[in-house]
Ligand binder design. Structure first.
Ligand SMILES: [Zn+2]
Length: 387
């Protein structure tokens, strides 16, 4: 069994576990919102996907001989064991006794936070990393961001750029801006029915448990089951002074918000893309957003006349980013550039030691002339500095 296969297998296993954990958390939340908390929540909720993933975890350990010195398989025996002794602990703790050679292969997963945080009565809240991994689960074939991509990649280049920019800049819309959006798409040659399809794939009604508008990302702050507040990313909490700098949503009946997958995987990294575009405009650098319908994110001609290709990515987890780059169409597929960069937000690169190194090491398996750098380092490069 090759090393790359173990790495991918572990990643896909973690995604499947995360997806199961998230489904189960959603079921709790649904019952809570339906005021079934007193009766329903006391009943044990079983998610078949989670049970299957836990079984796969056991099979993974068997397959790779992950045993304690006295031969006990180091994997959860059942759901309670899995949540209590594995998934509520950082990955490094539950892989502590694993063989060093195996740990070496999954190095980039070892600094992950726990998948869930335990609450009372065996209930839990999924961590940001768990939510992120769940998006990449193969069970999540109907990923919201994919459905939207499928709808907009059929547009012509001008309509594509307009549409994607609009979505990034409008996490919440009212009926007037929706009308403007559709009118503009029509002017750019998009049929009424296709414009509606894009709208339906991008936006949804504001849910009842929406609390307010986040002044950092402009999406909705939600009330969690334990009455704490959450938004799309943990940076939102930090940048709104613990959700005190917020705006009321007002009457939500005429409002729509981006679907969570679209907000997380198109609009958030999109903010970074538009920051890079802003820098290019200010510094009079020739540039193009999403060239050839999103072959990559930004093409820039630098002052020394090099073509620089950029993909902006906003993943909390370097392990998830590396796998995402290896699995999907990206900057790697185009040859029309001299330098290629995966650009990540400064905070993401700063927060975890060696974030960019972990990504570089993983993508080296596929190509070795693309590097992961922070936004600040990209600006240094474009300014003529050495990075
Ligand atoms: Zn936010």
């Amino acid at each position: 069994m090759s090393n790359a296969s173990l790495y991918r297998e572990f990643f896909s296993l973690l995604c499947e576990i995360a997806y199961g954990l998230k489904k189960k958390e959603e079921e709790y939340k649904k019952r809570f919102n339906n005021r079934l908390i007193d009766s329903g929540l006391r009943k044990y909720i079983t998610d078949n996907g989670l049970v299957k993933a836990i079984n796969k975890h056991y099979v993974f350990a068997l397959k790779y001989g992950i045993n304690s010195p006295d031969g006990e398989v180091l994997a959860p025996k059942n759901e309670t064991d899995a949540i209590k002794n594995y998934y509520s602990k950082p990955v490094i703790e539950w892989t502590f006794e694993w063989d060093e050679q195996i740990k070496e292969q999954i190095m980039s997963a070892l600094d992950m936070e726990p998948l869930v945080f335990l609450r009372n009565q065996g209930k839990y809240i999924c961590s940001d990393e768990c939510n992120e991994l769940a998006f990449f689960s193969k069970n999540n074939r109907d990923a919201e961001q994919k459905a939207l991509y499928d709808a907009i990649k059929k547009l012509n280049q001008d309509a594509y750029v307009y549409c994607r920019k609009f979505i990034i800049e409008h996490p919440i819309i009212d009926s007037a801006s929706l009308r403007d959006f559709k009118e503009m798409l029509q002017k750019l040659g998009v049929s009424d029915s296709h414009a509606d399809k894009i709208k339906d794939n991008a936006y949804e009604a504001i849910p009842d448990d929406a609390h307010s508008k986040c002044s950092y990302c402009n999406w909705t702050i939600m009330v969690r089951i334990d009455n704490s507040l959450s938004c799309i990313d943990k940076r939102c909490k930090k940048h709104t002074d613990n959700f005190t700098e917020i705006e009321p949503l007002g009457d939500t009946r005429n409002l729509l918000r981006l679907k969570p997958g679209v907000m997380r995987y198109i609009a958030l990294p999109g903010l970074l893309e538009l920051e890079i575009e802003k820098f290019c405009i200010e510094h009079k650098l020739k540039h193009e957003l999403w060239p050839s319908i999103d072959e990559y994110d930004i093409k820039i001609i630098s002052n020394d006349n090099k073509i620089i290709a950029i993909d902006a990515k906003d993943h909390k987890n370097a392990f998830a980013l590396a796998n995402n780059l290896l699995e999907t169409r990206s900057i790697f597929d185009s040859t029309d550039w001299d330098e290629g960069y995966i650009v990540v937000p400064n905070e993401v690169a700063r927060e975890k030691k060696d974030y960019c190194k972990v990504v570089d090491k993983a993508i080296d398996r596929k190509i070795n002339n693309v590097r992961c750098i922070s936004f600040a380092d990209l600006l240094k490069r474009l300014d003529g500095g050495v990075i």
